[in-house]
Design a protein around this ligand. Structure first.
Ligand code: FES
Ligand SMILES: [Fe+2]
Length: 462
């Protein structure tokens, strides 16, 4: 008789699932079970969140020595600190003595973190610097060097966006981001002072799987006209339905994507640069951009996108007040934080340009909360729709049916979805939002990363 250990059988079951997913994707389908499965979720925490570069914080959240924020890599709490030397540290928020969280608040300023359980105290660069009753309890036998907080082995940042990897080795952040770094430059690198957070991230729980958020922002323009139609009705966003065909979709490889929107072609030259007012747009410095980037930001800038695994963004003009012409341009970066197989937290940051005055920043923030805050006119639509997948994944009937989701636009859409041969930027550009290519590519990348951990790969057409 063969004895199978639980971990081996869990491993086998994930391997079998991945094989099934891969075959289904070849037929433009996706098995539903990946949205609510314990073994898959555990494998994601190890292979995806344990190896990829994960976004943690923006430098404007911790500008001064001693500043810190509490964040997560997968399900693991970490503290992102700026120490006395100005360095950024990413520390595990588990006390080395018994695992209690040494930092109990979301954000603050401190040189030390004192564990509430027995009082072990760590400096803000992670060293163990205090143990109560040290003489009686340990004499000289406890080596504090051995018992500092665990540190993320690799931390790096681009345009103020701080990422960390729990893998000691692997692609550098630049290699990992690839074309997404090129995209970030357009989103947040257009001014030497950069962007700043307009406030701490708003956080809310959804009974949805984290992948659905990443998939949606990777390229799902198809849902906008239907799910968000009420926004058209109340005058926030005109012509939602007709926009899918004219959006451009970009697949940068490595699980990173964006959708570009031809504002100028549709609305005229005043809509260049996402519709920023001319004074704001005049402050942008395009000298560091290549020709393709310039063409994009002026004519069809990125509006939504995903950086694998769980960082997405959206930038769009929104009326400052309903029914009025005055627009503010909203920029949200958000993370789909995994909590469990069928549960996530949505963390939503609003960003403004550092050079914008208080009123401009406030207008952008209010417009952002009004549309993409937790009670926002767009946000509430998505969050309800996304709860279907994990429910279906647990449904006894749907399991008997071996339910699969349809990604058939990849081969059924009659509009031109071939890669644009004139495009000179990284990855692949398609001239339409139809095709579900980005979404299929996202799940293919997910399969690869679950099998092999993160690797720098190039985009494949398909
Ligand atoms: S658990 Fe932190 S000091 Fe004991
Ligand atoms: Fe949406």
């Amino acid at each position: 008789m063969t004895v199978t250990t639980p971990s081996t059988s869990a491993h086998d079951s994930v391997a079998a699932t991945l094989e099934r997913v891969e075959q289904a994707l070849d037929n433009d389908r996706l098995p539903v079970e990946i949205f609510n499965d314990e073994a898959v979720f555990k494998a994601e925490m190890d292979q995806i969140f344990g190896t990829c570069w994960v976004f943690l914080a923006h430098e404007s959240e911790i500008p001064k020595a001693g500043d810190f924020v509490q964040r997560r890599i997968g399900v693991d709490p970490v503290i992102v600190t700026r120490d006395g030397k100005g360095e950024v540290n990413v520390l595990s928020n588990y006390c080395r003595h018994r695992g209690t969280q040494v930092c109990q608040t979301d954000a603050g300023n401190s040189r030390f973190f004192k564990c509430p359980y027995h009082g072990w105290t760590y400096s803000n660069d992670g060293d163990l610097v205090g143990t109560p009753n040290k003489h009686g309890a340990y004499a000289e036998n406890l080596d504090p060097k051995e018992w500092g907080l665990y540190r993320a082995p690799r931390v790096d940042s681009r345009f103020g966006f701080i990422f960390a990897s729990l893998a000691a080795e692997g692609p550098t952040l630049d290699e990992y981001l690839g074309g997404a770094g090129w995209m970030l430059q357009m989103m947040v690198g257009l001014h030497p002072d950069g962007m700043r957070v307009a406030g701490p991230p708003e956080r809310y729980k959804l009974k949805a799987n984290w992948k659905t958020g990443s998939e949606n922002f990777a390229g799902d323009t198809y849902h906008v006209g239907t799910l968000h139609y009420s926004n058209e009705e109340i005058g926030i966003a005109p012509d939602l339905k007709s926009n899918v065909e004219v959006t451009r979709s970009y697949d940068f490889g490595n699980g990173h994507y964006t959708i570009g929107f031809p504002f100028v072609e549709l609305a005229g030259p005043f809509a260049a640069f996402w519709g920023y007012d001319p004074e704001t747009a005049a402050k942008f410095d395009l000298s560091g951009l290549d020709e393709t980037q310039r063409h994009m930001v002026e004519n069809e800038p990125p509006i939504v996108g995903t950086i694998f695994p769980n960082l997405s963004f959206l930038r769009s003009p929104v009326p400052v007040r309903i029914g009025e012409m005055e627009m503010a341009v909203v920029t949200t970066f958000r993370q789909w934080q995994p909590v469990g197989p069928g549960e996530m937290e949505l963390w939503n940051w609003q960003f403004v340009w550092t050079f914008q005055d208080e009123q401009q920043a406030l207008d952008a923030y209010v417009a952002g909360q009004f549309t993409f805050g937790s009670a926002g006119t767009f946000e509430v639509d998505d969050t309800v729709a996304w709860e279907g997948a994990p429910k279906a994944a647990k449904s006894p009937w749907m399991r008997r049916q071996e339910m699969e989701f349809s990604f058939g636009q990849a081969h059924m859409s009659p509009v031109n979805r071939e890669a644009d041969p004139t495009y000179k930027g990284p990855g692949i550009k398609r001239p339409t939002g139809f095709g579900e290519h980005n979404q299929i590519s996202f799940y293919r990348h997910w399969v690869n990363t679950l099998r092999h951990g993160t690797q720098a790969t190039s985009v494949q057409e398909g």
